[in-house]
Ligand binder design. Structure first.
Ligand SMILES: Nc1ncnc2c1ncn2[C@@H]1O[C@H](COP(=O)(O)OP(=O)(O)OP(=O)(O)O)[C@@H](O)[C@H]1O
Ligand SMILES: N[C@@H](CCO)C(=O)O
Length: 298
């Protein structure tokens, strides 16, 4: 049996809607595979009661199909679904790495990105790759769509992070419905400026530049309105020393970038307290930008 640990991810980072993503050190999904005449799936772990085991409906089923790699697949969920932490993408990325190895398909990690994105198409209606790319490659990723597919640029960034996850859910489908079709040119100019600043910050491991570049006035204001307590949590994290705060992926997770590891405790406490003051239970992960999916043999 082959085992893969596939990390959670945070997409968008404010200014990079559908483009930027980072791998998180924690949490993660564990995906185990062994050859079988047809694909079967079992799901255990956090939120597993909301995840279909039917291969036609689970992201890993789409990946097994795309790789023509039928298998008995066990998913142990460490990442709650509809969290904004790339739960569905982590399973897909883990399955892509595991099945590629199991059937000796020989694809590189870059080549597995569009294959794992087939799973995302199944659940959100679009094969967006901004969660599967960092889960496969680790670090900070930039996904761009071209006529011939998608290109991914990756940087091994290293930054201290806090991700605070309220006990509420937001489905990516619903969160995509509130994204505006058009935006004023001045907002687009500001977003490009922020995105460029953030990318340079990642390349330099500079939390000030990354935090500065996490602002966007087009998508995040609409998305954050779906998260009760968001503004208070954001302000609390900034007051506690975070350099930037934004919605993680489609939400409701909230991502904060910190200057150093020791600061994460106070930022996490501030975010938890602000959610609690809004009457919402939450949990916080004190983590860092992490590595991509890791393969183990048992
Ligand atoms: N292996 C899987 N893991 C998690 N969710 C899955 C999986 N397969 C199918 N799903 C479905 O995908 C949906 C969750 O995906 P959704 O995109 O809303 O949230 P997410 O993956 O946490 O992240 P994000 O907001 O970061 O994209 C749920 O309806 C869930 O049942
Ligand atoms: N970029 C996607 C990622 C979902 O995690 C979105 O924000 O809808």
């Amino acid at each position: 049996m082959l085992t893969v640990r596939a990390p959670a991810t945070s997409a968008n980072l404010g200014s990079g809607f559908d483009v930027f993503g980072i791998a998180l050190g924690a949490p993660a999904d564990i995906v185990r595979v062994e050859r079988a005449p047809e694909t079967t799936i079992t799901v255990t772990g956090t939120g597993s009661e909301f995840i279909p085991e039917d291969p036609e409906k689970n992201t890993v089923g789409a990946v097994a199909d795309a790789l023509d790699a039928p298998a008995r697949i066990e998913i142990d969920k460490g990442i709650r679904p509809s969290s904004g932490l790339g739960s569905s993408a982590a399973s897909a990325a883990g399955a892509a790495v595991a099945l590629n190895e199991l059937y000796d398909r020989g694809y590189s990690r870059d080549e597995l990105v569009p294959i794992a994105a087939e799973g995302e198409a199944l659940v959100s209606g679009e094969a967006h790759a901004d969660n599967v790319a960092p889960s496969l490659l680790g670090g900070f990723t930039i996904v761009s769509n071209t006529d011939t597919g998608s290109n991914v640029t990756q940087v091994d960034a290293s930054l201290p992070l806090v991700v605070c996850l309220p006990e509420t859910t937001v489905s990516t489908r619903d969160a995509r419905d509130v994204v505006p079709d058009q935006a004023p040119l001045s907002d687009i100019v500001d977003t490009v400026s922020c995105a460029a600043t953030l990318a340079v910050g990642m390349a330099r491991n500079d939390p000030e530049l990354v935090g500065q570049g996490m602002t966007d006035e087009i998508v995040t204001p609409e998305r954050s309105a779906l998260i009760d307590g968001y503004e208070a949590v954001r302000e609390a994290a900034l007051d506690a020393g975070a350099t930037g705060v934004t919605v993680s992926g489609a939400g409701p997770g909230v991502l904060a970038v910190c200057r150093h590891d020791d600061q994460r405790g106070q930022v996490a406490s501030a975010m938890l307290d602000a959610f609690e003051a809004a009457g919402i239970e939450s949990r916080a992960y004190q983590t860092r930008v992490g590595a991509g999916a890791q393969l183990y043999r048992e």
